[in-house]
Design a protein around this ligand. Structure first.
Ligand code: SAM
Ligand code: SF4
Length: 458
């Protein structure tokens, strides 16, 4: 019987990509995907270290897996950024973990699995911690990429040299590294041949990509020539690296979707300086102006941190003002979380928890209002939707607009839902909520996605 692996991803999309690639590596060893830990011979937790809560979740999940391991043979591995940052600590707190593997080493999974001895006791036998930053790139050792749906991720850049004062990424993911354009184009072709219609290019600082002479804009242009690939996105970008060619690409490359996640973190120049973000609020607003000049309907998204050490009421007001000025389609906001080893965690002007909570609530209320307003603006319009997921009901199918809104459609029956999976169809929106839209399939008109986007703008 085939061995089964269950890989659980926490945190960012880069982890989702890494989990898919771990699946590709293990498929070569005969592993197939399990639906749940209970069916698996090997469980891998692909972890996130960005905020304290994310890291602590891993230990609770490990506790549940321990109970499973006591009842039968099971191999448990921890991968990702908690593995990188706390390998020894994991082995101390959860000695039944068989091995720990960092984000740069998962191409070595076959060896780690072979060396680990699965045990039905509460202690594993062959503890291994593999969290070096190896000289070789894991990408050179990964097998052909398999598309796991119509909308897939492709990591093109890793690591970060920016050292924002609050962030662990430069420590867990290492220095900035760009994959060569030729390898990315090859992987994109593999994914498209396997049924991918949309590719989201990933990087901790994706727009710092320099593996192509033309930077990220040059790479996007080359990718747009791949037949069968209809939609291109990229995330996450830093305002400092938003160059004029990339901004222009939003106006020139029709396959580049009109949506951009461009985190600003704060609207206060004093806070931005303390965060070491290397730009002021006005720089960010000028970039938004230029993006909107290139692509008037571009939908904008961001990340915000509230309660960063030293943040005053006036600093927080500046953040609300920036949000008002931009008008976001969607955004993520977080309370500042102390991360060990980062400069901000040692500051003695930490903001009280209650103040953080109050500010988060006020910011989220404003962002939610903007998001609902943005979505309501689509009611009555026809939008091209790529159907990429099943809905909750068998005849329901879900997808995304070019602007990243989730859309649900009820089909006549399950067969029709199967038929529409992976297709881009014109959808008339009849209702809008904060996090999704509801629509029906418009009688196909034979219009291309560009024309449908024109209709959705109108
Ligand atoms: N590279 C991206 C950028 O420059 O904006 C961000 C990548 S980071 C993985 C994702 C988001 O997590 C950040 O934009 C930030 O809002 C949030 N984040 C990072 N460290 C944090 C911390 N210590 N506390 C709260 N939120 C944090
Ligand atoms: Fe973290 Fe992004 Fe800053 Fe890099 S640029 S340190 S990934 S927040």
């Amino acid at each position: 019987m085939a061995k089964k692996v269950f890989i659980k991803s926490y945190g960012c999309q880069m982890n989702v990509y890494d989990s898919a690639r771990m699946g590709d590596v293990l498929a070569q060893e005969g592993y197939i995907a399990a639906d749940a830990p209970a069916d698996a011979d090997l469980v891998i937790l692909n972890t996130c270290h960005i905020r304290e809560k994310a890291a602590e979740k891993v230990y609770s999940e490990l506790g549940r897996l321990r109970a499973l391991k006591e009842s039968r043979m099971l191999m448990i591995a921890v991968a990702g950024c908690v593995a990188q940052a706390e390998g020894e600590e994991i082995m101390r707190r959860a000695p039944y973990v068989d091995f720990v593997v960092g984000p740069q080493n998962y191409h070595q999974l076959p060896r780690l699995v072979a060396n680990a001895t699965p045990s039905n006791k509460s202690l594993g036998f062959a503890h291994a911690i593999n969290t070096d930053f190896p000289a070789e790139s894991k990408f050179d050792f990964l097998p052909e990429a398999r598309a796991n749906g119509p909308a897939v991720f492709l990591t093109i850049q890793e690591g970060c040299d920016k050292f924002c004062s609050f962030c662990v990424v430069p420590y867990t993911r290492g220095v900035e590294f760009s994959r060569p354009a030729s390898a990315i184009l090859e992987e994109a072709r593999q994914l498209t041949n396997g049924g991918a219609v949309e590719i989201t290019l990933l990087g901790q600082n994706v727009n710092a990509y320099h593996g192509d002479d033309g930077g990220l804009a040059g790479l996007i242009l080359k990718l747009s020539e791949i037949g069968g690939l209809d939609r291109i996105r990229y995330t996450t970008s830093h305002p400092r690296d938003m160059d004029k060619n990339l901004i222009a690409a939003h106006g020139n490359v029709s396959k580049l979707m009109p949506h951009l996640h461009l985190p600003v973190q704060s609207g206060s120049d004093a806070t931005l300086a303390r965060m070491n973000r290397q730009h002021v609020a006005d720089d960010y607003l000028r970039i938004i102006d230029k993006l909107r000049a290139a692509r008037p309907d571009i939908a904008l998204s961001s990340d915000f941190i509230v309660g960063y050490p030293g943040e005053t009421d006036a600093d927080f007001e500046s953040t609300l003002e920036l949000v008002d000025a931009v008008g976001y389609a969607q955004a993520y906001s977080f309370k500042y979380s102390k991360r060990p080893g980062t400069p901000a965690s040692d500051r003695d002007d930490q903001v009280p928890e209650q103040v953080k909570s109050d500010r988060l609530e006020a910011l989220q209320n404003l962002l939610n209002r903007q998001q609902l307003e943005f979505n309501k603006g689509f009611v009555g319009k026809v939008v091209p939707v790529l159907f990429e997921r099943r809905g909750k009901l068998p005849q329901q199918i879900a997808g995304r607009t070019p602007y990243m809104q989730a859309v649900h459609v009820d089909c006549e029956n399950t067969d029709m839902a199967d038929h529409y999976f992976g297709k881009i169809l014109p959808i008339r929106i009849f209702d809008a909520f904060a996090n999704s839209l509801a629509g029906i399939i418009e009688t196909p008109t034979g219009q291309g996605e560009e024309n449908l986007m024109e209709r959705s703008r109108g």
